[in-house]
Write a protein that binds this ligand. Structure first.
Ligand code: NAP
Length: 485
């Protein structure tokens, strides 16, 4: 099969007309792929069009691969087929079997592989200059190449570290030591000096592995002081670096599609990390150097406070009397995989004419869009999902705010407690509802590691238990109630 493919393409490129057709096809597929990528990004930014965006992105990627194969005048396809099969063997199980809650670490691994590919291609390209015998690459080409391997290497090790921390293979807490920032900056500075020298003196070949090692070391050290809670933001930033590295590779290989796709990836990763920082009221510097998470266990209270708990039966009775319910999903809903039971509850409440909306906090869960994806999977109508800024004004008129496995994103301390690590983070104003019901298993804190004063409020009822079991119980009580009437 691969021999046949090679023969057909080789025969086509042997004749000059065939080569022209092949080039033209390469250009057309590349332009098509670039348009698909732009549309994919546009459509993926709204829940209602996200599936279409995903599909269009996949079509664009297929076109990009075909375009690259046509345009690159590949001589032998065997290794490409081997790479394709290997990649599929690694990628497909990761996509199929890794749970939704592990998506951040899976994304980190994807970035690690992408960045490694860029660094390896850059390294191969550098050595090709010398094997070709005319070892005097242009300084501009060398500048792009050095940036490609610098970003590629540091993203590779940084992403592996991030995945290890998120998967609990490495300690998730920030690891800090005296003079850490100075050491990190010195290593980065040394790598930049190596790159600078290579740009003008590419023949000093021993500098190249030094550059690779320094960049890889910097990637490891960059992630050490970052706490688990900040890791998803850093992963978005690493995504941006991987994209920029691919874009640089495009300049080196003179592949315009790589330049475009890498730039899109780089820009979208950066924008995403800015959005996440804003949603958590953090600055980039604070995320990268702030060692967030160290404070987690230091917040202790000796004050004895009480909480009120209720059974699903009691909670269902209160809900039956409500006119409006706002559901606030959080990380616990993802852990419990309760989204389908939430759909059943939504159906029961809607049947009674109760207005049900879902309040979506931008950093609820463990990755951007986490709640949107889960609720879409359960086929909750998109128009019921309301962003934080739009829904916060509705809580004061709402009868029941049902918090399902969310914690930090509804913690009122963010509004007034200047000593809290989440102070200033915009939250969903669930505490302003007439009645709040919070589903969680224990009184344990959420990701920020701090107590939530909402649970002690007079208008709050705790529904202790696994989110799936409790929501299922609520839906059943409502269904039984409806059957008895
Ligand atoms: P959270 O603050 O982490 O709280 C999740 C709660 O879910 C926990 O209190 C836990 O309590 C409960 N829970 C866990 N498993 C459960 C189960 N099976 N059934 C019921 N409850 C369960 O979650 P969040 O309110 O969604 O906030 C997200 C946090 O992640 C924020 O601090 C945010 O800054 C951070 N973060 C998010 C992103 C992102 O992109 N989404 C990125 C970076 C950081 P129990 O253990 O008592 O059950």
């Amino acid at each position: 099969m691969t021999a046949l493919l090679s023969n057909i393409l080789a025969a086509a490129s042997e004749s000059s007309a065939g080569a022209e057709v092949q080039n033209a096809l390469g250009v057309v597929t590349s332009v098509f792929a670039a348009v698909m990528f732009i549309l994919a990004l546009k459509w993926m930014s709204a829940p209602a069009t996200a599936r279409r965006g995903n599909l269009v992105g996949e079509i664009g990627m297929a076109a990009a691969i075909i375009g690259a194969l046509l345009g690159a005048h590949v001589v032998r396809y065997e290794w490409i087929v081997v790479g394709f099969i290997l990649g599929t063997l690694i990628g497909a199980p990761m996509a199929i079997w890794m749970p939704m809650t592990a998506v951040p670490q899976r994304t980190a691994l994807s970035h690690a592989f992408g960045a490694l590919a860029a660094a390896v291609v850059g390294t191969a390209h550098y050595h090709l200059f010398f094997y070709a015998g005319n070892a005097r690459p242009h300084p501009v080409t060398m500048a792009f190449l050095c940036l490609e391997v610098l970003l590629g290497s540091l993203t590779f090790t940084g992403s592996l570290m991030a995945a290890g921390k998120l998967q609990d293979l490495l300690p998730g807490r920030p690891m800090v030591y005296k003079g850490q920032n100075l050491i990190n900056l010195t290593i980065l500075g040394a790598a930049v000096i190596c790159a600078g020298m290579l740009i003008f003196h590419p023949q000093i070949q021993w500098l190249f592995p030094v550059l690779l090692v320094l960049a890889a070391l910097f990637g490891v050290l960059l992630i050490l002081p970052i706490g688990g809670a900040d890791m998803p933001t850093v992963i978005a930033l690493l995504n941006s670096y991987a994209g920029l590295s691919a874009s640089m590779m495009g300049f080196v290989l003179d592949n315009k599609l790589l330049i475009i796709a890498g730039a899109l990836d780089g820009a979208s990763g950066l924008i995403l990390s800015i959005i996440m920082c804003r949603a958590m009221n953090r600055s980039f510097a604070n995320v990268l150097f702030g060692a967030f998470g160290q404070v987690q266990t230091s917040v202790a209270t000796t004050e004895k406070k009480t909480v009120r708990s209720a059974t699903p039966d009691e909670a269902a009775q209160i809900m039956e009397a409500a006119q409006s319910v706002i559901v606030i999903p959080g990380y616990g809903m993802a852990v419990a995989q309760a989204q389908h039971k939430v759909r059943e509850l939504y159906d029961q409440l809607s049947k009674r004419g109760i207005d049900v909306k879902f309040a979506i906090h931008p950093v609820a869960g463990r990755m951007p869009g986490h709640m949107n994806v889960l609720l879409a999977e359960a086929e909750i109508p998109y128009d019921r999902l309301v962003e934080m800024d739009q829904i916060n004004g509705d809580f004061a008129q709402c009868d029941v705010a049902l918090v399902i496995g969310a914690n930090d994103v509804v913690n009122p301390a963010a509004r007034h407690d200047k000593g809290s690590p989440i102070y200033g983070m915009p939250i969903l104003d669930a505490d302003r509802a007439k009645t709040v019901m919070a589903i969680k298993r224990t009184m344990n804190p959420g990701f920020a590691g701090i107590e939530n004063e909402l649970y002690y409020a007079d208008n709050c009822l705790m529904l202790f238990g696994d989110a799936k079991a409790v929501v299922s119980g609520l839906a059943k009580e409502l269904a039984d109630g409806a059957a008895n009437n």
